[in-house]
Design a protein around this ligand. Sequence first.
Ligand code: ADP
Ligand code: F6P
Length: 334
Amino acid sequence: MLIVPKLKIKNNAVKRIAVLTSGGDAPGMNAAIRAVVRTTIALGSEAMGIQRGYAGLLEGLVHPLVPSSVANIIQRGGTILRTSRCPEFHKVSGRKKAIEILRRQGVDSLVVIGGDGSFRGAHLLHQESGIPVIGVPGTIDNDIPGTDDTIGFDTAVNTGIQLIDKIRDTASSHDRIFLVEVMGRHSGMIALHTGIGGGAESIIVPEVKSSLDSICESIDRGVRRGKTSSIIVVAEGCQFGGVTPLAKELEKRGYSTKIAILGHTQRGGSPSAHDRLLSSTLGAVAVHALLSGVKEGMVGVKGREVQITSFKKITGKPAVLPAELLLIAKNLAV
Ligand code: ADP
Ligand code: F6P
């Protein structure tokens, strides 16, 4: 259970709160949108939805939302507001246009559900306009400093583990080595958690250099103690550039492998109970924060506590992969 901060809601200045989703979609974003919209309306303000993230904002795709607009979405993956990556938002001119549109629409506060990149844009928008902006961490990668958890991570890890279970059935039937690629261009969090939960023999992450020798050694060690199959979980952003080049390198050393790229399957699907609760809580607290006068920052979770951290403390900083977990994973595969 999460511990929610006690914020003193003033609710006299904020009249209209807009919400958008940006960057990669993540299961639970819909539950977060629902929480933002329903909490905003329950506390006496108006809710607006912005379609297709910053790109949609620049096109003026801003519409009112009512409680029924977000009915029947808590269980749905993806994002009903849709999302995008928007190069124009990197430019001052792009953000100036966005600020003008927000002002024209009478939006006095914004909630951005997205990842680290989206928060950099959100921070700049706040600095350049004074418009209060609160970020809600929504990314399957779980790579945002200032929060232990992000919306979609738990579901993505569960999906990865379910798929690995299926791969293990066929791997063990055919005595095969499988290289399973999971998402994570810059972060090994998904690989590490999916690997531990799926009982992987090896886990290869972008943050730690792995030698081919050590990968071969872990396969050989398994063989020596009677294992006839192996699952190696590989983050897409690892030094080898994913499973395809790694399989070629292993082939040169005489290891025949099969590859499975889980890819975007991990981004889809109905959010887990954990993600629904996280999304609902963070979405609600984002609105509480705006109505209590907080001007900027991300609503995240540290331990069990929901906390608001200024964007400047979190953006552009690499998230740290827990070294202790890596060691645990290594020892579990002995
Ligand atoms: P995520 O939010 O999941 O990390 P991205 O890094 O793709 O995804 O960022 C999403 C969007 O946020 C980008 O397409 C861009 O519009 C905006 N954005 C990212 N970085 C910046 C930045 N440094 N300055 C302004 N806007 C940014
Ligand atoms: O940031 C979430 C994420 O799914 C990463 O794990 C992955 O590298 C990236 O987005 C893929 O993005 P796209 O769907 O735009 O290729």
